[in-house]
Design a protein around this ligand. Structure first.
Ligand SMILES: [Fe+2]
Length: 215
């Protein structure tokens, strides 16, 4: 009598068209000191950006973002400029993982903005039009702060499919929440919808988000 039972369902399937999320430590020397400088720079930017404060008051309650006012921080803030060089290196690694043929062109950071999220501040679902790679780097991520929640890009195509089991692995879940951790970054393809649930803790979460274009 054979001891082999019926094959596990996973043995008879293959995964095609994966959605790759790049998840890495920045890997810079002295990252703790760099994060302190980034947080200090973020606070200076927020304090000086009155138009951004006004915009954030109505559109980003509980926090400050330079998204609408100062979205080229990689060109004007020296510490962010330094960060951007590391992020570009990671973006090129991500392009390799995606097997992209850049055809003699490169990935160039087109915008970078800072977000300081106080308690209750969140960012509803969105994507990043006109870019190819987007991402977030965490300079300050207090314990218990909210992470980044990704949505299965095929959600609208499922129609009559049954829901996923509660114990489904991450790769098969319709939504996956990845934690915010200081000194780490996530990269994703810009069409991938994502959101930041409201920050539940009192301490501020400081992150830099950015886009890369192919040019
Ligand atoms: Fe985003």
């Amino acid at each position: 009598m054979s001891s082999a039972g019926p094959a596990e369902p996973a043995d008879n399937t293959r995964a095609l068209f994966p959605t790759l999320i790049y998840d890495a430590a920045l890997g810079a020397r002295g990252v703790k000191a760099l994060n302190r400088e980034l947080v200090a720079e973020a606070e200076q930017i927020a304090a000086a950006d009155e138009a951004g404060q006004d915009w954030s008051e109505s559109r980003y309650p509980g926090g400050y973002t330079s998204y609408a006012t100062l979205d080229q921080l990689q060109r004007m803030a020296p510490t962010v400029q330094h960060l951007a060089r590391h992020l570009t290196r990671h973006a090129l690694h991500y392009a390799e993982a995606l097997h992209w043929d850049l055809q003699g062109r490169s990935l160039v950071m087109s915008d970078c903005w800072v977000s300081i999220m106080g308690q209750g501040c969140g960012h509803p679902g969105h994507l990043h039009p006109l870019a190819v790679v987007s991402g977030t780097y965490y300079a300050q991520a207090p314990k218990g702060t909210s992470g980044l929640r990704f949505e299965d890009p095929r959600l609208a195509s499922f129609m009559a499919a049954p829901p996923r089991a509660a114990d489904a692995p991450d790769a098969l879940r319709p939504h996956v929440l990845l934690p915010a951790r200081a000194g780490r970054l996530y990269l994703f393809e810009s069409w991938l919808r994502h959101e930041v649930p409201p920050n539940p803790v009192k301490e501020e979460r400081v992150s830099f988000s950015f886009n890369f274009v192919w040019e």
